[in-house]
Design a protein around this ligand. Structure first.
Ligand SMILES: [Zn+2]
Length: 353
């Protein structure tokens, strides 16, 4: 696949980007063997990976995230248990694992009830003597609600808007004034333009203390509109735990989408998970040991790996929506049809050679 793309910084400049060959005609490419244009069309530089049954903590954590993403519960429970095994050896791993579940409730789900439940148990799950079964139960609860790639979640609309927003950011790289950007975001919300609102939200989120300024502003907007879902996302979750989320903006971007008119039929779904279910999954996970980490868990961005498909960037996520649309299921082992799944919408393409 070859594209003629407009330069991100100069209107009179264009480059030929060859995605399949991993080549670009821009000046950075010969120098570095890589460039931002290749990245912008969904190509990523693989980081050599050794797939073993003893992956590092960050690789295993990535395995947990990817398994939640594709809703493979048994695989997710396995990597959760594996991550849990680092508690005695590496400081902070319990916190990072539990925080990943809190983030995952919003990054990989649209049920605000599930997010609120996760926010409620966040502190208790950080206790030293907490039972792993309790953590497993929250993981399973997240996975029981359809993820963004399933049309029943309303998610593809959100993901598409986010992809367009992230592409607009590539072509408009000028520095922003936070207050001005917040005003732009609010106007886009008033106009119901979710891509534009998300673009300003992401720009503000990149600025120091931008997220907390934005949360306050959004809370004001949600209060005036009496928008209950946005209020729940902001008040019950973000303002409660935002400081511990390490700059994660998923609760904020979901609130922005809702305020623009986004809608998810699963917003109030709160599946129950029995103790037996959690114990059974954990037992099954223990009997899987040792288990080699699947390649699709290792994205080369958050850890060593070569499979970028489930890494969680907006363009890749939209491709996953298309994967589901095509197969009516999501299985990483199904043949990946990059040319039909990957969308170039939002890019300034001049012509296809
Ligand atoms: Zn380039």
């Amino acid at each position: 696949m070859k594209y003629v793309m407009q330069s991100f910084s100069r209107l009179d400049q264009r480059y030929v980007v060859d995605k399949a060959e991993g080549h670009c005609s821009c000046p950075a490419f010969p120098r570095e063997g890589w460039c931002k244009h290749l990245e912008a069309v969904g190509a990523y530089r693989p980081r050599k990976v050794n797939l073993t049954s003893r992956p590092s903590f960050s690789q295993a954590l990535s395995g947990l995230v990817k398994s939640i993403r594709v809703r493979n519960i048994q695989e997710a429970v396995y990597w959760l248990g594996y991550c849990w095994g680092f508690r005695e050896r590496i400081n902070g791993t319990q916190f990072r694992t539990v925080r990943r579940l809190l983030i995952g409730a919003a990054e990989d789900g649209h049920s605000v009830s599930v997010m609120e439940q996760m926010a409620e148990v966040f502190q208790p799950l950080l206790a030293k003597d907490v039972q792993l079964e309790k953590v497993v139960a929250e993981l399973v609860r997240i996975c029981k609600v359809p993820n963004w790639w399933h049309p029943a979640s309303g998610g593809p609309d959100y993901i598409y808007a986010g992809m367009i927003a992230s592409r607009e950011m590539l072509y408009h790289r000028e520095a922003i004034q936070v207050q001005e950007a917040l005003g732009q975001m609010e106007r886009a919300i008033d106009a119901g333009d979710s891509a534009k609102a998300l673009r300003w939200a992401m720009l503000v989120g990149n600025v120091e203390s931008g997220l907390s300024l934005m949360a306050t502003r959004l809370l004001g907007i949600a209060t005036v509109r009496n928008h209950q879902v946005a209020l729940r996302l902001l008040r019950n979750i973000y303002l409660r735990h935002g400081a511990k989320l390490g700059g994660d903006n998923n609760f904020i971007t979901q609130a922005v989408w809702w305020l623009c008119g986004g809608d998810s039929p699963v917003v109030d779904e709160l599946p129950s998970v029995s103790d037996e279910e959690a114990t059974g999954l954990l037992d099954a996970a223990r009997s899987m040991y040792p288990h080699v980490i699947p390649g699709w868990c290792c994205d080369g961005i958050h850890c060593a790996g070569t499979d970028v498909r489930y890494a969680g960037m907006w363009d890749r996520m939209y491709a996953v929506c298309r994967q589901f649309e095509y197969y009516q299921r999501l299985d990483p082992n199904d043949e990946w049809l990059e040319a039909s799944f990957y969308s170039m919408d939002g890019h300034l393409l001049l012509r296809r050679p």
